[in-house]
Design a protein around this ligand. Structure first.
Ligand SMILES: Nc1ncnc2c1ncn2[C@@H]1O[C@H](COP(=O)(O)OP(=O)(O)O)[C@@H](O)[C@H]1O
Ligand SMILES: NC(=O)OP(=O)(O)O
Length: 311
């Protein structure tokens, strides 16, 4: 059966330890190979992706821009720039892979604006980690020098945090849907989308969580299947402990219970769990999967990853 799929790519599908353009392009070429399985199945595919490491690095590069002739770009413009660069790399990789496998499909990347509420409490409480990981001492030194906030990120080190308001609407979602209905693969809502406030559509300094933006996209294009790819094959309870247990097929109520019991870390697995729960509350007949890129190789042959369905 052919499905309309929203596929959200996590950080490890784009970036390893090497943040060079060449290394990210190479990682995305591997990612594109795994996606062919979804495309060959005749599914209508729209892809979104994160930009946390990339937009943080780009913001750091702005510090070198200190003159009127070479001004620093604000965060919303940096989000737009990373949508462009990651979209270019991914589109390029997919087109190459489609050619190699003889699949005749086109790919279109869309610069996507996402409406947020200017009164969203997130503007007063930055939580979204971006850019490189620092040690605690380095982060404290940075905080003493400027008004930037750094927080510890899920046991992995300290990162700069910025406001991350919830997405309300995706500008151009009808265009994305029209492209999908015409069997064109789209790349959209990259980096969570460029945050803008209505009615003026002015860009604001924030980075939207790509899991929430991808959910909003899945809702608006009425996707049948919402897949979030991340660094693990399955969501787990008691993650990282001796009692860790991988979740396979699970209902919305069961997942909610585990969420309420605190099994999912804020800033890493929690937004993914919340995004799939919201998707299935809006579309009970839909299906959501959280898994790794590698597991996509078996998609269509057997159930892969953590599959979430309505009760
Ligand atoms: N309960 C959990 N089950 C599985 N993985 C978890 C859990 N809690 C935290 N994680 C970690 O969170 C990571 C996903 O978050 P993150 O790396 O921030 O996302 P992304 O893949 O979108 O960049 C997983 O790869 C895993 O290391
Ligand atoms: N925008 C965003 O959520 O990016 P990451 O998934 O890379 O953190």
């Amino acid at each position: 059966m052919s499905n309309k799929i929203v596929l959200a790519l996590g950080g490890n599908a784009i970036l390893s330890d090497d943040a060079s353009a060449e290394a990210q392009q190479k990682a995305l070429q591997t990612t594109a190979k795994y996606m062919v399985n979804l495309i060959e199945g005749g599914h209508k595919l729209t892809i979104s992706h994160g930009n946390g490491p990339q937009v943080g690095n780009l913001l750091l590069q702005q510090q070198a821009a200190d003159s009127e002739k070479n001004p620093a770009m604000p965060l919303d413009s940096c989000v737009a720039m990373t949508q462009g660069s990651i979209g270019y790399w991914l589109e390029n990789a997919l087109v190459r892979e489609l050619k190699a496998t003889g699949i005749e499909k086109e790919v279109a990347t869309l610069v996507t604006e996402v409406v947020v509420d200017q009164n969203d409490p997130a503007f007063k409480n930055p939580t979204k980690p971006i850019g490189p990981f620092l040690t605690e001492d380095q982060a404290k030194e940075e905080m003493a020098k400027s008004e930037v906030t750094f927080k510890e990120d899920a046991g992995r080190g300290w990162r700069k945090v910025v406001a991350s308001p919830k997405p309300i609407d995706i500008i151009g979602h009808k265009t994305i849907n029209t492209l999908l209905d015409n069997d064109i693969i789209t790349i959209s809502a990259g980096g969570g989308g460029i945050p803008v406030v209505a009615p003026s559509m002015t860009g604001v300094e924030a980075v939207i969580d790509k899991d929430f933006a991808s959910e909003k996209l899945a809702e608006l294009v009425e996707a049948d299947l919402f897949i979030i790819l991340t660094g693990v094959d399955n969501v787990a309870i008691n993650y990282g402990t001796a009692d860790e247990q991988k979740l396979e097929t699970i209902t919305v109520s069961e997942l909610k219970e585990y969420k309420e019991a605190g099994h999912f870390a804020a800033g890493s697995m929690l937004p993914k769990v919340e995004a799939v729960l919201t998707f299935l509350e809006n579309k009970p007949k839909g299906k959501a999967i959280i898994t790794s890129l590698e597991c996509l190789a078996d998609f269509g042959k057997k159930e892969v990853g953590t599959v979430i369905v309505a009760d």
